[in-house]
Write a protein that binds this ligand. Structure first.
Ligand SMILES: *Cc1c(COP(=O)(O)O)cnc(C)c1O
Length: 437
């Protein structure tokens, strides 16, 4: 069915799924079921991505190696634990547009953020501030404030916040550039999200990095909502560092091992201060007991490792990154753009003040997420959606976040969301069709 050029019928959604080149990927994931056994409409991959079906076998393999070889598994081919993290040298780098050696998978996101800030946030003289964005994720706020305190600074003075203009939800890039021009000499570190978790705004990393570097600031990005969602060219964009987690769009499981990018230009600088541990040391001298031998960092991001990695927690990452590597970020992005625009046009179909999309309307400024601000009873609506088998995410006070993940979501998922959401808010968005309920 079509009205006024809008295609709102279920059949149209189904025809888009038939033409979708990534349709086959969905079978590679476990889709949670409703109590009646039918699949949920899972739109929460920006919070916890779904399990690749091969994750279990990857974890099994580690358990079997442990059972069969004990300590010998550290050196047992084909996946010796001693160099397990090196499995991601290429896949991890390709994912974010880096060179092999610029990316290491290690720790969790906030831990990596601290490790990077220990190196790259070095307040000195007049240059003491950290620039973050408004409504940044709480963990990042706590992390930057505590870094300021570690340096004996008052976070209220040291942390600068880039905000939207009065009456607006999104931060204008020209305002970030303006802040950098005006206050650049006071800013030691620009530490922004790639994609903001709340609004879904995707910042122009290349442009912000250029503006920050013109002012002599160090610049890092938190890609928690960017990695696996939008394409990156971190090497070419010239950022100093980036960090991300692997359990959102990367589908590597709860608390999965995160990622860390350090630009090549810092790769061989042993003078950079860092928190050291044996795993960051040159593997050839890692076990040295001679007390005269000092820490020798490995080249590149691997030199920031501290502990030996949790192999069991790392195993699903192999399953996950293999899918990204097979499909490629370009194809993921192409479907993301189309699928998100499809839901957007369903939501735009009616004049209403019951809800409003906060996320940028320009597709170049967003990934797979639409944040919808709901007037009145947002939490009640969220709970009712849950009862109807629609899994989305709610952020106080009134925002429902919807992520259409290209690897496993369908156009029909988007259509079903629009049907249920429209019914619950009392503003029908798609033709009612009792037969398909
Ligand atoms: C999800 C998320 C985190 C979570 O941090 P962990 O250290 O993985 O627990 C932190 N920051 C941002 C921006 C996030 O989106």
């Amino acid at each position: 069915m079509s009205d006024g050029g809008r295609q709102t019928g279920r059949a149209h959604a189904e025809s888009l799924d038939l033409a979708d080149p990534l349709a086959g990927c969905r079978e590679q994931f476990a889709i949670p079921a409703r109590p009646d056994g039918s699949p949920t409409v899972y739109l929460c991959g920006n919070s916890l991505g779904l399990m690749p079906n091969t994750a279990g076998a990857a974890v099994e393999r580690v358990l079997e190696d442990w059972a069969s070889y004990g300590v010998g598994a550290h050196f047992k081919e084909p996946t010796p634990w001693f160099s397990y993290h090196e499995m991601f040298r290429h896949t991890g780098a390709r994912l974010v547009g880096a060179k092999p050696g610029e990316v290491v998978m290690m720790n969790s996101l906030t831990v990596n953020l601290h490790l990077m800030m220990t190196t790259f946030y070095r307040p000195e003289g007049r240059r003491t501030k950290i620039l973050i964005e408004d409504s940044t994720f709480p963990s990042d706020r706590y992390a930057v404030a505590s870094q300021a305190q570690v340096h004996g600074l008052d976070p209220a003075m040291a942390v600068m916040v880039a905000r939207p203009r009065e009456g607006e939800h999104l931060i204008r890039i020209e305002d970030i550039e303006g802040t950098l021009e005006e206050h650049g000499a006071e800013i030691a570190l620009v530490m922004l999200s790639g994609v903001n978790y709340y609004t879904g705004q995707w910042f122009d990393i290349e442009r912000i990095t250029a503006a920050a570097r013109r002012q002599g600031c160090r610049v890092g990005f938190d890609l928690a909502h960017g990695a696996g969602n939008v394409p990156h060219a971190l090497h070419d964009w010239d950022v100093d560092f980036a960090v991300w987690c692997s359990y959102k769009y990367l589908n590597a499981g709860p608390g999965a091992v995160g990622g860390c990018f350090v630009h090549e230009r810092h790769a061989r600088d042993p003078q950079l201060p860092r928190l050291a541990g044996w795993w960051g040391n040159d593997p050839r001298t890692r076990f040295e007991r001679d007390r005269s031998i000092e820490f020798v960092p490995q080249d590149g991001a691997e030199g920031w490792q501290v502990s030996n990695p949790p192999i069991l927690a790392m195993a699903p990452l192999e399953a996950s990154l293999r899918i990204f590597d097979d499909v490629g970020m370009e194809a993921v992005r192409a479907k993301s753009v189309a699928l998100t625009a499809y839901l957007e046009q369903l939501l735009d179909g009616v004049e209403t003040d019951r809800f409003e999309i906060l996320t940028p309307r320009n597709r170049e400024e967003r990934g797979s997420q639409l944040s919808i601000c709901v007037r009145d009873d947002a939490r009640v609506l969220f709970e009712e959606l849950g009862r109807r088998g629609i899994v989305v995410d709610f952020r106080e006070p009134d925002v429902v976040r919807v992520a259409l993940v290209p690897l496993y979501n369908t156009y029909l998922d988007a259509w079903k969301f629009a049907r249920e959401f429209g019914e619950v808010v009392g503003v029908p968005l798609v033709p009612s069709d009792a037969a398909v309920k």
